[in-house]
Design a protein around this ligand. Structure first.
Ligand code: ZN
Ligand code: ZN
Ligand code: ZN
Length: 374
């Protein structure tokens, strides 16, 4: 994957903000191993390996990074080099956990990134027995949830790329083909549209469409069946796409058409409702109220959406009970679905980003049921 394209100045701001949050949380440091938090803070998209690579963001003083000697050139070639971070390389027979401990003498509380491997968490605990370990998500969530203009641009680009794939899906859907065959066509197109990686290809036909996280199977698509197509990938920028459209191969039955009509109204209502100041829970309710009023409440078995950025699923979650108010720059999915077990289901999903007045949809392909020739 090529390096994310944010400017060094933006990364420096993120590191500084993270340091302030570390200090404000009464922590001595935040420790970050390879993963989305490291990419967010430094632009270094390191592969997670058994050897320890670890960014230290202290409450006071400059951040620094501990890397295996053989990873040092890769670290310096990433924005870590231009950020001017102090790079501490450890040799093959050194104890990198003791090195981290020596860099944080007397620490009594450290936060660890949410994706850190358990083996590393436990090794750090052993090396720093006097330091309480806390979840790093609490420190970084507030930063990562509010996307900068550069991040919104990256998400918009990801949205356009997955839209280009949905624009071609109808031609691959035919009665007699399997879900897996269609999934392979889609995976090729996800890469051709500019993604660096395919993250998922859900092609759920007929009764499988009633299973929200069905992927693909060798089931042969039959005439008259709905097909839920939920697809996404990661762009070279590191930002993710995720969009669902529901298709029908030949004319579906009347029950399905009635259900789809309610779903489309619900998805639109939630997209119209999303704006600064309203809560995440209220966006979920905007979709759910339409569905409940139509008598389909029990068919909507999941939350309305999830945040998206360097990860496909991240904060904020659009779910009952989440009273977080939306702010400009927050990006998330709006994806109500209706599922009748054993029969059929449907879902419509757009990524939206909160603007000053409302929410901009980043997925723009038509949301009307796409009936393709069987
Ligand atoms: Zn999901
Ligand atoms: Zn989603
Ligand atoms: Zn999705």
């Amino acid at each position: 994957m090529s390096a994310p394209r944010y400017a060094t100045a933006e990364l420096a701001t993120r590191l500084r903000s993270a340091g302030e949050r570390v200090a404000g949380s009464g922590l001595d440091a935040l420790l970050v191993t390879p993963g989305p938090d490291l990419a967010y803070l430094t632009g270094y998209d390191a592969v997670a390996l058994e050897r320890l690579t670890c960014l230290l963001v202290p409450a006071a003083g400059d951040p620094l990074i501990v890397v295996p000697r053989l990873e040092r050139p890769a670290a310096l070639a990433s924005p870590v080099g231009t950020l001017g971070l102090d790079v501490h390389a450890w040799d093959e027979t050194d104890d990198p956990y003791a090195l981290v401990a020596s860099l944080l003498p007397g620490a009594t509380a450290v936060a660890l990134d949410d994706h850190m491997w358990a083996a590393k968490v436990l090794a750090l605990r052993a090396a720093m027995p006097g330091a309480d370990q806390k979840p790093g998500g609490a420190v970084l969530r507030e930063l990562r949830m509010r996307k900068s203009p550069a991040e919104v641009d990256a998400l918009r680009e990801a949205g356009a790329a997955i839209d280009a794939v949905h624009a071609q899906v109808a031609q691959w859907l035919k009665a007699g083909r399997t879900e897996a065959e269609v999934g392979r066509d889609i995976a090729d197109a996800i890469l051709a549209a500019g993604h660096a990686r395919v993250d998922f290809t859900i092609v759920a036909a007929g009764p499988n469409s009633a299973s929200p996280h069905h992927e693909v199977s060798d089931r042969v698509i039959q005439a008259g069946e709905p097909v839920v197509v939920d697809i996404g990938g990661t762009m070279p920028s590191g930002y993710c796409s995720d969009s669902t459209r529901t298709y029908a191969v030949g004319d579906p039955d009347a029950d399905f058409l009635a259900l789809y009509q309610v779903l489309e109204t619900a998805q639109e209502a939630a997209c119209q409702w999303a704006r600064p100041g309203v809560t995440c829970a209220s966006v979920d309710a905007a979709a759910r109220d339409v569905i409940e009023a139509a008598g389909f409440g029990e068919l909507f078995v999941h939350r309305t959406g999830h945040g998206i950025g360097l990860e496909t699923h991240e904060d904020p979650y659009i779910v009952t009970g989440n009273d977080l108010p939306l702010e400009p720059g927050m990006a998330f999915s709006i994806e109500p679905g209706l599922y009748v077990g054993g029969r059929h289901g449907a879902r419509i999903e757009d990524i939206v980003v909160v603007t000053d007045e409302g929410a901009e949809r980043l997925n723009l392909t038509p949301r009307l049921l796409a009936v393709v020739e069987a």
